[in-house]
Design a protein around this ligand. Structure first.
Ligand code: ADP
Length: 179
């Protein structure tokens, strides 16, 4: 298992010194509330100017920009699903966000990446289910020697931290024989 490469960090994602931070953006990619607003405020107007050239982003996909005034060199903007009760493919779409982010990280040789709890704010995705998806997809991306050396899960509040801790306690290995 590569869980040693997954860290839970409390605080504000805009202050983290990593190669890339992930933004929980919306389809327009033109800024918004929550973590999106915080990232745009910290990065400065260059980020919005570059985002305007991207033509938006569909739910479940991700696009990369530079980090401008952020400590991070890149911002990966991904659009999580709005929670509508769980029957509208929300879990698959959230998993897709993490996969697309890891694919962009690989393409840009990103060695350290920090994620917010995508979709769990205004978009209403249950924190525990979202954390389980985040950890499952991260473990898949870190299989063997693949993936970034460090993956940080930003815990903006206590519920997020507890959700990640619970998800990490769930062993990803298939059950072995009962001895
Ligand atoms: P979404 O619309 O995808 O739900 P939000 O920004 O509303 O996005 O919330 C996503 C998560 O980011 C929530 O857990 C929220 O508490 C957290 N969050 C908000 N601001 C920050 C920040 N500055 N740094 C890290 N996480 C943040």
């Amino acid at each position: 298992m590569n869980d040693k490469r997954i860290e839970l960090v409390d605080g504000d994602i805009t202050a983290i010194n990593v190669d890339a931070i992930v933004n929980a953006a919306n389809n327009l990619l033109l800024g918004g509330g929550g973590v999106d607003g915080a990232i745009h405020r910290a990065a400065g107007p260059g980020l919005l100017a570059e985002c305007r050239t991207l033509g938006g982003c569909v739910t479940g996909d991700a696009k990369i920009t530079k980090g401008y005034r952020l400590p991070a060199r890149y911002v990966i903007h991904t659009v999580g699903p709005v929670w509508k009760g769980g029957g509208r493919g929300e879990s698959e779409l959230l998993a897709s966000c993490y996969r697309k982010c890891f694919a962009l990280a690989a393409a840009h040789k990103i060695n350290s990446i920090a994620f917010p709890a995508i979709s769990t704010g205004v978009y209403g995705f249950p924190k525990q289910t979202a954390a389980a998806i985040a950890i499952r997809e991260t473990r898949a991306a870190l299989r063997d020697d693949d993936g970034p050396a460090r993956v940080i899960m930003l815990c903006f509040n206590r519920e997020s931290r507890e959700a990640y801790e619970a998800a990490l306690r769930q062993d990803s290995r298939p059950a072995g024989p009962v001895l």
